[in-house]
Design a protein around this ligand. Structure first.
Ligand SMILES: Nc1ncnc2c1ncn2[C@@H]1O[C@H](COP(=O)(O)OP(=O)(O)OP(=O)(O)O)[C@@H](O)[C@H]1O
Ligand SMILES: [Mg+2]
Length: 347
């Protein structure tokens, strides 16, 4: 639904060049909620602004719903109309809502329809329908100043939906809101995604946002995507930074000569008594250093950090047993180093 290839953005300011995007290949499938997470300055806003061509990419292409937006923009001022039309099919939600304070809620939602040249009657019908959809039918005549932050963002979302977009882009839509309100806005986005088949690309620096609503996620660092995939795939990827951040387990080893392992349980592996089998089969005492269950991307996942007596070399067989049980195993600390395959040619 959204594809970028080699997307690059270099800002030039006061003789200096800042590479905000450095060859980003992004692929967002139709109907999914896709989260891009990264630290401040990673290039997240630049990415989303390049996706709807609010910002002109320095190089690379952007395709949304099969239309090459970069090609449209490349054809000079006369392509303006086509690009505007294409852009009206992409809704955008902002961190600070960007509502016009002198207009009522309804008039704010009608604004994009005015720009599209929709008739007054149709505008009004559509605006009221959208306000109903976001749960604000009773606020049509209120002014933004009379609304809470969460309500303002609902208006922002209704406005973003005015052009019947297939795609919704959201830049930190919840980061000005408290946790409770954040949850309600995220649920609204999730509902809209399901009800309208809307593809959502959202930018955030909060892991909880990714955990609550995203089907897929990408991690950005220094203008590049360093990890990406469906949340389920990421959780199954050993060494994934995103997986560790999405679902952290902690717990320190009790001393030297111990093997520390993170075990991830998905699906039916979670219900089998694997740890007690391990203990009985190999006659070893197992300490649990940390454990948690959580729902990630709508699925139950469990993680546990366990400690076995002895170094990794002494525990190769028990670790193999856990792997055979279909569990995802990650060695932690010294064990991870000991088990790392020696690279070809490395001395
Ligand atoms: N208009 C601009 N002119 C010059 N440099 C810019 C411009 N916009 C962004 N940058 C620079 O590009 C880099 C990426 O900025 P961007 O706003 O995309 O980051 P971000 O990941 O959205 O950060 P945040 O989480 O703080 O919003 C930063 O180094 C920033 O200073
Ligand atoms: Mg930003």
């Amino acid at each position: 639904m959204i594809t970028t290839t080699g997307l690059t953005k270099v800002y030039r300011s006061r003789g200096r060049e800042i590479t905000a995007l450095d060859g980003v290949d992004l692929h967002v499938r139709e109907g999914e909620v896709y989260g891009v997470i990264g630290q401040s300055g990673a290039g997240k806003s630049s990415l989303i602004r390049c996706v709807n061509l609010l910002e002109r990419p320095t190089a690379g292409t952007v395709t949304v719903a099969g239309q090459d937006l970069t090609a449209l923009a490349g054809r000079g001022p006369r392509a303006g109309r086509e690009l505007r039309q294409a852009r009206s099919r992409i809704g955008m939600v902002f961190q600070h809502f960007n509502l016009l304070s002198t207009r009522t809620v309804q008039d704010n939602v009608e604004l994009p329809l005015e720009i599209l040249g929709t008739s007054g009657r149709e505008r009004s019908r559509k605006a009221l329908e959208l306000l109903d959809l976001v749960g604000l039918s009773d606020k049509a005549n209120a002014y933004p100043a009379q609304l809470s932050g969460g309500q303002k963002q609902r208006v922002g979302i209704a406005r973003a939906l005015a052009g019947d977009p297939k795609v919704l882009l959201s830049d930190e839509a919840t980061s000005a809101l408290d946790p409770e309100t954040t949850r309600s806005i995220l649920h609204l986005l999730r509902d809209l995604n399901r009800q309208l088949g809307l593809t959502v690309l959202l930018i955030t620096h909060e892991m909880d946002v990714v955990k609550t609503v995203c089907d897929s996620a990408a991690l950005m660092e220094n203008g590049r995507i360093v990890e990406s995939g469906t949340v389920t795939e990421l959780l199954a990827t050993p060494g994934s930074e995103l997986a560790a951040a999405l679902f952290p387990v902690s717990g320190d080893t009790s001393g030297h000569d111990r093997t520390v392992i993170d075990v991830t349980f998905h699906g039916d592996a979670a219900t089998r008594p694997v740890i007690s089998q391990l203990s009985r089969t190999y006659n070893i005492d197992i300490s649990i250093l940390g454990a948690a269950m959580d729902t990630v991307a709508g699925r139950q996942v469990g993680r546990m950090r366990i400690e076995l007596p002895g170094r990794y070399e002494d525990n190769v067989v028990p670790v193999g047993f856990l792997r055979e049980q279909g569990l995802q195993i990650e060695l932690v600390g010294a064990a991870a180093l000991a088990s790392a395959p020696v690279k070809e040619g490395a001395k």
